[in-house]
Design a protein around this ligand. Structure first.
Ligand code: GAP
Length: 443
């Protein structure tokens, strides 16, 4: 399949099946934001839950946080965002479109109208959204929507450290909304003006920072692989010096091979003690850590894996999309669209399908659904032929279907049908839940 086709097909499937809708669509859309539909919200939630499980639940050294989006404006002064969080912007004099100067094609032609040499001089454009808090819209009331979740972690460093009684090396993880007034949002949910980040700040003794940086680069790369992204579509790319953010002395991106080429999925940065030092200075609060064992006080260094929940969702969607051929009801074969999600990410784990809407089958199907529902996200589908219903579930990535047929009434057993192998196995009802959980690899 051509790469452009893949993107079109995924965007189209996402809309058609209720994963992602253009925001404010009935008003003509809003271009830079997207809404997650019934299946999309489940998928994205599963992505965030998988991250949280790996980063917080399964570890002894990382705790969570949920800090506010609106923060004291001083935070952004201290963090350097007020001064430096800008992108270079140019206008095309011909068509009036705006572009990031660092993303223009080498030919120098306008990507929108093709005019050559039509760009204005680059000027710095601020990416933070500004708003006012309270009833008076004067300068004293200015506030910003956070452009990264990380600062909520830094300003709470001491609160979290003392209440959790963790000592470096330890981390604080947070998932939450972030806002950037991107000059060129685009590529579906890849670059938007409102998005969700999954960030973890790992506080370490300064000398250990390079080692932990290496460690987190490998860990984060492996996380995507463990959830089904093939290694040939992933790479770790160290930043060149001129790409580094103002706070970083070394960053590597986990990159994914999107249909338009390699692009960032997550960044792992060595932030040094930049943030804690700045906040100590600007707030007047000493944010250093007293290391009792060695009787010394120091500002921890930070290693930060920073991922985007929306970008990860897009990468998992793109990597999962496949077409193969499957037998149809006329004895031939059809092209089948299938999302080969890892079971942990699949929005629906199990579809419950009575063979028909027959009066004797539906009550049994209802019972099976009621038994599974507390344990698994299920879907019950009774409409259309069984073959068509399997296709509908394949298309949204449901790993397993359970079919209730007339034999079920006698043998108290159902058929489990596997999305990837399309094989079918008969399983007694009293073993069904355990068998499903086992196949889904549920803990
Ligand atoms: N605290 C560090 C930080 O914010 P970043 O590389 O600017 O680093 C981290 O952002 C991640 O957030 C990116 O790797 C990407 O997944 C996601 N991200 C950044 N800008 C985004 C945007 N405009 N739309 C969607 N995701 C975005």
């Amino acid at each position: 399949m051509a790469k452009a086709d893949l993107m079109d097909r995924v965007v189209n499937l996402a809309k058609r099946r209720g994963f992602v809708f253009p925001s404010s669509e009935i008003y003509g859309g809003f271009r830079s934001t997207w809404d997650y539909g019934p299946l999309g919200v489940l998928l994205k939630r599963n992505v965030k839950d998988a991250w949280w499980r790996t980063m917080v639940q399964l570890r002894d050294d990382i705790v969570g946080l949920d800090s506010a989006i609106l923060m004291a404006p001083k935070v952004w002064e201290a963090s350097g965002h007020l001064e430096t969080f800008t992108d270079p912007l140019v206008d095309c004099r011909n068509c009036k479109e705006r572009f990031r100067a660092d993303q223009l094609p080498e030919s120098g032609a306008c990507p929108n109208c093709g005019a050559k040499g039509s760009f204005t001089e680059a000027r710095q454009f601020h990416l933070m959204f500004k708003t006012h808090v309270g009833p008076v819209e004067d300068d004293a009331a200015v506030a910003y929507l956070r452009p990264e979740t990380a600062q909520g972690i830094f300003v709470n460093f001491q609160n979290v450290q003392t209440t959790s009684r963790k000592k470096p090396p330890f981390g604080i993880a947070q998932i939450g909304k972030t806002f950037r007034n991107e000059i060129t949002p685009g590529n579906f949910i890849f670059r938007t003006r409102e998005f969700e980040q999954m960030e973890m700040e790992y506080f370490v003794p300064p000398d250990d920072s390079p080692r932990w940086y290496e460690y987190w680069c490998q860990e984060r790369y492996r996380w995507y692989v463990s959830l089904g992204i093939p290694e040939e579509k992933l790479r770790l790319r160290p930043h060149d010096a001129d790409e580094l953010s103002h706070y970083s002395i070394g960053t590597s991106d986990v990159e994914f091979l999107y249909p338009w080429g390699w692009g960032e999925l997550e960044g792992i940065a060595q932030r040094t003690d930049f943030d804690l030092r700045q906040h100590s200075q600007f707030s007047g609060q000493d944010l250093s850590f007293y290391d009792q064992e060695n009787d010394r006080r120091y500002l921890p260094y930070v290693v930060e894996p920073a991922a985007g929940a929306d970008r990860a969702t897009l990468a998992f969607l793109l990597a999962a999309y496949d077409e193969d051929s499957a037998p149809n009801e006329k004895g031939g074969t059809d092209t089948r669209t299938v999302l080969r999600f890892h079971p942990a990410l699949a929005p629906i784990k199990v579809a419950v399908l009575p063979l028909s809407r027959n009066d004797r089958l539906v009550p049994v199907s209802d019972e099976v659904a009621a038994m599974l529902r507390p344990h698994l996200q299920i879907d019950v589908d009774t409409a259309g032929s069984i073959g068509r219903r399997y296709r509908r579930q394949d298309e949204v990535g449901t790993p397993l279907c359970v079919t209730i047929d007339f034999d079920t009434l006698d043998d108290k057993a159902v058929t489990i049908r596997d999305r990837d192998t399309m094989t079918q196995d008969r399983v007694p009802l009293d073993k069904l839940l355990a068998e499903l959980q086992d196949r889904l690899g549920q803990p």
